[in-house]
Unconditional design. Structure first.
Length: 202
């Protein structure tokens, strides 16, 4: 009986996913708001785990149309491009506000990206294992920077007082989390936002 119930739950879950996701061009989208303002996030197709395996470059549009409705593309969902090692470049539009957990984690060929000013939040591990992450020139004082974003830090190399690079505008979620040897931090006047748990358990 439990097996039957589990299958029913799985079937219903997949049906809900299918009803809220669709493909347009090379990319898949998940509907996050089906009333005004209509919005979607870039996602992956759950029944086709290798759907981006051959994708080498992508340009996310500002809007996308589905079933006669035009949606604004406002986010890149968790795991959207996780471990797609062939992805070399992606263009993010000014409509994107959120880049979720593991969005580009493991995209080892992704060596550069421009984060538009529209982005308000970047979750943890979003760029871990990318070509950007693995390039020492993108690190400053044990922190990974992409443009004016401080993305994450090597907490094992940080202790005592720490200076954030001048002109830094935003700090991503969990950037300094669990850095228990951090005693103080110097924040530049340019800083506009600090992500969730950026200094958790410090």
């Amino acid at each position: 009986m439990n097996k039957v119930l589990s299958l029913i739950v799985l079937f219903c879950t997949l049906n809900v996913w299918a009803a809220t996701t669709f493909q347009s061009g090379d990319l898949y989208y998940k509907i996050v708001s089906d009333s005004e303002p209509y919005a979607v996030e870039v996602t992956y197709q759950t029944l086709a785990p290798n759907n981006y395996a051959e994708l080498t470059e992508a340009e996310i549009p500002t809007t996308v149309k589905h079933d006669k409705t035009t949606y604004e593309v406002t986010g890149i969902s968790w795991d959207a491009f996780h471990d797609y090692a062939s992805l070399r470049s992606i263009v993010i539009p000014n409509s994107i506000q959120t880049i979720h957990y593991d969005a580009f984690n493991g995209c080892s060929a992704l060596n550069s990206i421009v984060i538009p000013n529209s982005v308000k939040r970047i979750y943890g591990e979003a760029f871990t294992g990318t070509g950007i992450y693995n390039n020492p020139s993108n690190w400053h004082n044990h922190a990974l920077y992409i443009g004016d974003w401080l993305i994450c830090t090597n907490i094992d190399s940080i202790s005592g007082a720490y200076n954030i690079k001048p002109s830094t505008r935003c700090i991503a979620d969990e950037a300094f989390a669990f850095c228990e040897t951090l005693t103080s931090i110097n924040i530049p006047n340019s800083l506009e936002s600090i992500g969730m748990l950026s200094f958790g358990v410090c």
